[in-house]
Design a protein around this ligand. Structure first.
Ligand SMILES: [Zn+2]
Length: 224
């Protein structure tokens, strides 16, 4: 009886919770923290390119001499190819964040996930003229179907170990404090360049990183 209860309730519950926690590496091995870096953190920006906010983020990164990773939505990249080109031209890395970032992606069969990611990759490769093999799942959700597609396309999945909640917390100062209180050497920080406060938040986080005696870099695990 107990075994049946575990199978019926506990196993599906655990599978569901695992799908929401990319750093568990349950479905997909995701890079969520550097084990080499003792003095740096890495900034990642999801959901761009955004016509107003991404370039403001790029301006701050350029002024600060900081490189970051941008996970881009295919349909937005088609609309704003000049921003995608600028991201790569200025030494940042671009990665796949699905074609449309819909909830449907998280329940789609593996074949559909693979063709979505392939289409997004092609768009980014055509615009940038570079090979694209980094992927961050929309909503950070992973499952068996996404895992199969990632394997088929030989993508490198990138997670995070510091979530800013910049899309949920309204006060940018609270977002900055939240991140500042959680960063350690090797941290991968999740941010969203589509948010209007992202330039303010980025400035605050760069300041907090400096105060902790840390640097900001693209970890070498992402190259190659
Ligand atoms: Zn996203």
């Amino acid at each position: 009886m107990v075994i049946i209860l575990i199978l019926v309730f506990l196993v599906p519950l655990l599978l569901f919770i695992a799908s929401l926690n990319i750093s568990w590496n349950f479905y997909v091995r995701a890079f969520s923290k550097s084990s080499y870096s003792s003095d740096s953190v890495m900034l990642t920006f999801d959901d761009g390119p955004h016509p107003q906010n991404t370039e403001k983020v790029l301006d701050i990164l350029a002024q600060s001499g900081v490189k970051a990773v941008f996970f881009l939505i295919g349909e937005s990249a088609v609309e704003h190819p000049e921003i995608v080109k600028r991201i790569v031209r200025e030494g940042h890395l671009a990665g796949i964040h699905s074609m449309r970032h819909t909830a449907g992606f998280t329940i789609a069969p593996s074949r559909m996930v693979a063709s979505d990611l392939e289409a997004c990759r092609k768009i980014l490769e055509d615009i940038t003229g570079t090979k694209i093999n980094l992927f961050r799942p929309p909503f950070g959700v992973t499952n068996f179907n996404i895992a199969r597609a990632v394997k088929k396309l030989s993508l490198k999945t990138v997670g995070w170990n510091v979530r800013s909640y910049d899309t949920a917390i309204k006060d940018p100062q609270r977002v900055i404090e939240r991140v500042a209180g959680r960063i350690t050497p090797g941290s991968v920080i999740l941010l969203h360049d589509r948010m209007p406060d992202s330039p303010v938040i980025l400035t605050g986080i760069l300041e907090a990183v400096r105060k902790k005696g840390l640097k900001t870099t693209i970890f070498r695990e992402l190259n190659g």
